[in-house]
Design a protein around this ligand. Structure first.
Ligand SMILES: Cc1ncc(COP(=O)(O)O)c(C=O)c1O
Length: 418
């Protein structure tokens, strides 16, 4: 059956049943996964409350997790399925690993491609964004004198590969200053346009900045890149599972992401999209004779985690990426509104539909972010510190609620923030 967004529920259930049969385990051991998928489908069609999702994760109910941007919560059924698969693998590792699991994980890879709106041969499983970005940077073929255009708000995972290769071959690394108070996506695109020279070869940016949560105009930047014959690399660490991603619509050449954040997959799982048209240019990835999640060339993988990764993607696909995005943005905007009542803090990105994401950040004028984050942690509220901006970052995912935000605001008052 071809995997489309529309038949994902039946496809996901079938995939689950074949997994249960293959693992030769009683159906009830995977019934958590089955009911999670069916419930997700009901939630998508509006018959269930999205607010009940926290209970489907393994999060400690005594904490308020507002830092999905660092690591997300894992779904219970994904965790169980991963464990069951692992138990099965260890009974007869050589046979199970090299026969059954290879096929299964490749099927999951094809379904991951649907999730990103890519072709099956354009998506590979990686361990994380850092790996994906490094692979692209190492393989894109930079030469002495070439320039890579990026921003000064990239995460090390997004830029270390470029920095290393630039230093190694004598290429230049050029940054657009994202500390400027941009009000319009076009202003950002113009800043990139002004820095393009005859030597520019690559534009590489995060889809959502890890510092301020600003959503970058990646579609317009991809267009700009291609108008100038440049390679467009996107660091999507923060995006799949937070916003609805369609790599074809973005029009980028590569898109690297981490699934252990917003996709709620096992830790150490990521995706790399590489557009067919550039696959020859980034040759090392193609030595495997395809973009398979496992081949003899890429070595043995953590099969159970790959199956769990697939299950997390299926659950979100069934729930509906558009529905998830809507909820995530609504919560983030709710938080933004509440925070603007504090005079002593400064919001670090404007609120604007095309800049909004599931993360926002604010700068503290009268104390150190680390001390403040520690004080919140003592109250059970987990946030991210952004040292370079003396800022606090808040992530709002579907397992959070307005109550969590209200709790944060009360804690801020208790901490004497005015
Ligand atoms: C924008 C961005 N890129 C890359 C990374 C690195 O992610 P990972 O450690 O999963 O490779 C992060 C992590 O927070 C990030 O926010």
């Amino acid at each position: 059956m071809p995997y489309t967004r529309r038949n994902f529920l039946s496809g996901s259930l079938q995939s689950l049943f074949s997994l249960a049969a293959l693992l030769a385990i009683p159906a009830e051991r995977l019934s958590g996964a089955e009911s999670a998928l069916r419930e997700a489908w009901q939630t998508r069609s509006g018959r269930l409350d999205i607010g009940s999702i926290q209970a489907k994760t393994l999060l400690d109910p005594n904490i308020i997790h507002l830092n999905t941007g660092t690591l997300g919560a894992c779904l219970k059924h994904v965790f169980d399925l991963t464990q069951e698969s692992w138990r099965h693998l260890e009974k007869n590792p050589a046979i199970v690993g090299f026969h059954e699991f290879t096929k299964l994980t490749d099927e999951k890879r094809r379904r991951a491609a649907v999730f990103l709106s890519a072709d099956p041969d354009e998506v590979a499983f990686t361990r994380n964004t850092t790996e994906g970005m490094n692979l692209v940077a190492q393989a894109v073929g930079l030469k002495p004198g070439d320039e890579v255009l990026t921003t000064n708000h990239e995460h090390p995972g997004g830029y270390v590969g470029w920095k290393f290769v630039c230093e190694a071959v004598g290429a230049k690394w050029v940054q657009v200053d994202m500390n400027r108070p941009f009000q319009e996506p076009e202003e950002i695109v113009d800043s990139f346009r002004q820095k393009i020279t005859a030597r520019t070869r690559v534009i590489s940016v995060a889809h959502v900045l890890f510092t301020t949560g600003l959503r970058m105009p990646v579609q317009q930047l991809s267009r700009l890149a291609h108008e100038h014959g440049l390679f467009m690399a996107v660091d999507g660490a923060q995006v799949p599972g937070m916003l609805h991603v369609n790599v074809k619509k973005i029009g980028c050449d590569s898109y690297a992401s981490s699934s252990h954040k917003w996709l709620m997959a096992p830790k150490g799982s990521g995706l790399l999209y590489l557009r067919k048209g550039v696959q020859k240019q980034v040759r090392p990835l193609m030595l495997a004779g395809g973009m398979g999640s496992y081949t003899a060339y890429t070595g043995t993988r953590n099969f159970p985690a790959l199956l769990g990764h697939g299950a997390a993607i299926e659950w979100q696909q069934v729930l509906g990426p558009a529905k998830i995005e809507k909820r995530v943005l609504a919560l983030s905007n709710y938080c933004y509104e509440k925070l603007t009542a504090f005079k002593s803090i400064r919001m670090l990105r404007p609120r604007r539909k095309d800049f909004d994401s599931g993360m926002l950040a604010f700068a503290l004028s009268d104390r150190k972010n680390r001390d403040f984050a520690k004080a919140l942690q003592k109250r059970g509220i987990i946030v991210k510190v952004v040292p370079m901006l003396n800022a606090i970052r808040i992530s709002t995912h579907i397992y959070n609620s307005e109550k969590d935000i209200d709790h944060l605001i009360r804690a801020m008052h208790s901490e004497k923030l005015s």
